[in-house]
Design a protein around this ligand. Structure first.
Ligand code: GLN
Length: 214
């Protein structure tokens, strides 16, 4: 039987908050006392080596173009639809969503992985609020507030029937969960609080246990 030590958490390695997510994942593994691995994911074959994936914030149009060039979108889509846990933060949530609008230019038609049944509004908090921090109530992570770091953040404007809303701010939906998929408008890797990364690691362990039991 394989042990926790074999758990491998992927971080999409094209652009954006890659190092910050590697550091937060390392912190989460340490706090859980799990000696897992972290794998940067760029090519289709990397996607087969991981038990969960984190999609960093950054610039979603750049990330989706690079992913399309490396032909990794179909394999990401397939693994996620098979149940592999995934956490998409900010641009990463945009990468997961079915449809994307921009506040100014309308539907963007950018290529996305598309497993998360939501409509996204990019840059939803407007210019005056390009970046801000606020405490969020997230029952999924326990009682204490979670520090939401928002940087030119998107919001979720529509959710499909299987999508659970897990956080709101200023009347907007800022975090969602659809089975194995979590999306956040904010940057949990910059919160100095590894609870969200621990959550995805726990989901990765469950997914491994189920896949090994087949
Ligand atoms: N506004 C960016 C985008 O649309 C997302 C910003 C972020 O990830 N911090 O891709």
């Amino acid at each position: 039987m394989s042990s926790n030590k074999d758990v491998t958490i992927g971080v999409l390695g094209f652009q954006g908050d890659i190092e910050e997510n590697v550091a937060a994942t390392r912190q989460a593994l340490d706090e859980l006392k799990i000696d897992g691995k972290i794998q940067l994911v760029r090519y289709a074959e990397d996607v087969e080596k991981i038990d969960a994936l984190i999609l960093p914030g950054g610039e979603s149009t750049v990330q989706s173009s690079l992913a399309a060039i490396q032909h990794s979108l179909p394999s990401l889509k397939k693994r996620i639809s098979e149940g592999m846990p995934v956490l998409g933060t900010c641009a990463g949530m945009i990468m997961l969503s079915k449809r994307v609008y921009d506040r100014v230019i309308g539907e963007t038609k950018q290529k996305t992985i598309g497993n998360l049944d939501i409509v996204i509004e990019r840059n939803a908090f407007g210019r005056q609020n390009d970046s801000f921090e606020t405490d969020l109530k997230m029952n999924m992570l326990g009682k204490g507030a979670f520090r939401g770091v928002f940087i030119r953040a998107p919001a979720v404007s529509e959710v499909g029937k299987d999508v659970e809303i897990i956080a709101r701010h200023a009347g907007k939906i800022v975090a969602v969960k659809q089975k194995n998929i979590i999306g956040t408008s904010f940057h949990p890797e910059l919160a100095g609080d590894a609870r969200m990364h621990k959550q995805i690691i726990k989901m990765a362990l469950d997914f491994r246990a189920k896949s090994n039991g087949k």
